[in-house]
Design a protein around this ligand. Structure first.
Ligand code: AMP
Length: 395
């Protein structure tokens, strides 16, 4: 349980709001305002309730003040999305920041400069935390995507001020809790993507929670090899065969169902439109590369989805950036989206490439929840505690 804006009395108060304004930019122009759109409801709500909204965010990875990574560049896009004026001040602590805050009236919005211009941010330095905390009466965290970092504007400050989850943070936490902690069962997980080695913690945590584990993408090759199939020239981590076997054994011991591909789309080269054919997984030739799952596997996965109530998805089924090796991912995404739209399953997806793959498949907006939080979403799927979330919990 954590406090939300429902419990916050913001009227007339100075409200420090941690947002994620780390938006993609090219030549000083914002190319994607999704992250701004996600935090806009929280900002508007606090302003409409008469709070003074003081925005805190990082932008890029500067180690010192750097005009190319100034949040000043983001302010016009912020004002544009909010349809309200947004003031800016060239520091996030000290006299200038204090003067700008003192000049605010209820309902005003002020964006402070990039918190990472100060080394104390990433070090969670208590002196820097105190300097930030001086500027506010309350703290609202609406940046789930930064919650895996124990940084000053995420974690330290929440220990100093009465703290609340913003609406976007609240929404994300509710969606994630619903799928892994209190899901409607059966619960299935799709884990795809390139390598087993980057997803060992994730597989371990999912095995503990899910009823059915569906493995796709390059990492399925390692599992197929572990089961004794030859995977030719496919991406495969041969040194991890014992690990993959161990995961399969543990799954069997726990009575979990593991779904692996039964057929594959193979090509001789890793390139878009490379000549390809469908083969059963026991007939992959020595010079073949598995680049997608085959039609029988797609059918099998869809039949599994038809009998589950909840799905969590990370990672594509194939090399989806290269046509036509996106077909497995696209067709399964479409099936999951349709089942969701029909109210038959709850679907939560996230993690870097997964969002891109589901967007490309035109399925993302029909999923129950698509997390754009990247690293924080993955750490949560791995069962890790997120410092920025822990500190918001009511004890
Ligand atoms: P990840 O970041 O671990 O989720 O991996 C995503 C990447 O895995 C994408 O760039 C895909 O192209 C890649 N991938 C998925 N399946 C395969 C495959 N069978 N062979 C090579 N790469 C793959």
């Amino acid at each position: 349980m954590f406090r939300t804006l429902d419990q916050a009395d913001v009227r007339g108060k100075r409200v420090l709001v941690r947002v994620d304004l780390n938006v993609p930019a090219e030549n000083g122009k914002i190319t994607d305002a999704t992250r701004i759109e996600r935090v806009a409801p929280t900002i508007r709500e606090i302003a409409d309730k008469g709070g003074k909204v003081i925005l805190l965010s990082h932008f890029g990875r500067p180690k010192r003040p750097d005009p190319t990574q100034s949040l000043k560049l983001v302010v016009p896009a912020l004002a544009d999305v909010l349809k309200r004026p947004v003031a800016f001040v060239e520091d996030c602590i000290g006299e200038r920041a204090a003067a700008a805050v003192n000049a605010m009236k209820p309902g005003d919005i002020l964006c402070l400069e990039n918190t990472r211009f100060h080394p104390g941010e990433e070090r969670n330095d208590p002196v820097f935390v105190a300097q930030l905390a001086e500027l506010g009466d309350l703290f609202v965290n609406d940046a789930f995507s930064a919650a895996h970092r124990a940084h000053a504007s995420v974690e330290g400050i929440a220990r100093r001020l009465p703290s609340y989850a913003g609406r976007s943070m609240q929404h994300e936490l509710e969606a994630l809790t619903n799928v892994l902690h209190t899901p409607m069962r059966p619960l299935a997980a799709i884990v795809g993507g390139a390598k087993v080695s980057t997803k060992l913690d994730l597989l371990g945590n999912l095995l503990a929670n899910v009823d059915i584990l569906i493995i796709g993408g390059g990492m399925a090759n390692t599992f197929l090899a572990a089961r004794g199939y030859s995977v030719g020239k496919s991406l495969c981590e041969h040194d991890l065969l014992p690990t993959a076997r161990d995961i399969l054994d543990k799954a069997a011991a726990k009575g979990r169902e593991v779904v692996l591909p039964v057929d594959a789309v193979v090509a001789k080269t890793f390139a878009a439109n490379a000549p390809s054919r469908v083969v059963a997984v026991d007939t992959v030739a020595a010079d073949d590369m598995i680049l997608d799952i085959g039609p029988r596997s797609i059918e099998h996965v869809c039949s599994v989805l038809a009998r589950v109530k909840t799905l969590v998805w990370n990672g594509p089924f194939g090399a989806f950036e290269l046509e036509p090796f996106d077909i497995g991912t696209v067709e399964i995404a479409e099936a999951a989206a349709e089942l969701t739209a029909a109210g038959k399953i709850v679907t939560v997806a996230g993690g870097g490439d997964t969002v891109a793959a589901l967007n490309a498949a035109g399925a993302a907006d029909r999923f129950t929840y698509v997390s754009t939080a990247g690293g924080a979403f993955l750490e949560w799927l791995e069962g890790k505690t997120l410092p920025g979330v822990e500190v918001l919990k009511i004890r």
